[in-house]
Design a protein around this ligand. Structure first.
Ligand code: MN
Length: 200
């Protein structure tokens, strides 16, 4: 599938005359290693959009409670449509009556590594991991670090996965970055700051 076809759902859901979200035709700088981003999205209900760069697009899950650093916590992650890579830099307000209406913040971002690829890169690719319903990634973010696993449980719905911290040296049951580090890693702004900036 070409990257353009992968973004068909993304484009069909949006009216780009109204929203300032990226169309996905913009160029993006080459990076060393695939990107991940977590966007805090104050839509009809607050959630965190967890996105991983895979083969030219951002694979995406909406996580209502946000990610935990405690390996005992499982968080529901509902898979959503692929997003363009340039979406990872989007911070702003999606206008009322549009798909996903509300404020979007870049809550965390960085590079990631596919753990299942193995040291010699002879293990499962990200696409194979997605097809298997088990994705394991090592995140190098500003707020989140270490291993996370996504499991396609389909419990309660076909799109339903669970996101869980792997019990490694970066696991920490005392941290709770969703509540203690609420602001943007790009601008330092809160959801309220971003909303007010858009209203000016
Ligand atoms: Mn969202």
């Amino acid at each position: 599938m070409s990257d353009a076809d992968k973004l068909k759902d993304y484009r069909e859901k949006r009216d780009f005359q109204q929203t300032s979200e990226p169309l996905g035709e913009e160029r993006i700088e080459k990076a060393d290693g695939p990107r991940f981003v977590i966007q805090k999205h104050d839509a009809s209900s607050m959630h965190y959009d967890f996105r991983l760069e895979v083969d030219g697009v951002l694979k995406s899950w909406a996580v209502p409670k946000g990610p935990s650093t405690d390996p005992r916590e499982k968080r529901l992650a509902v898979q959503t449509e692929d997003h363009p890579l340039t979406y990872g830099d989007f911070e702003g307000v999606i206008p009322e009556d549009n798909y996903g209406a509300g404020t979007v913040m870049v809550w965390d971002r960085g590079r990631y590594r596919n753990i299942r690829a193995g040291k010699d890169d002879d293990g499962a690719s990200m696409q194979e991991s997605l097809d298997d319903g088990k994705v394991e990634v090592w995140l190098e973010g500003e707020k989140l670090r270490g291993g996370y696993v996504l499991i396609h449980t389909r419990m309660g719905g076909d799109e339903n996965w669970l996101l869980k911290k792997i019990d490694d040296e970066e696991a920490d049951s005392r941290r709770n970055p969703v509540s203690t580090e609420p602001d943007s890693v790009i601008s330092g702004d809160s959801i309220k700051d971003i909303r007010e900036r858009a209203e000016q």
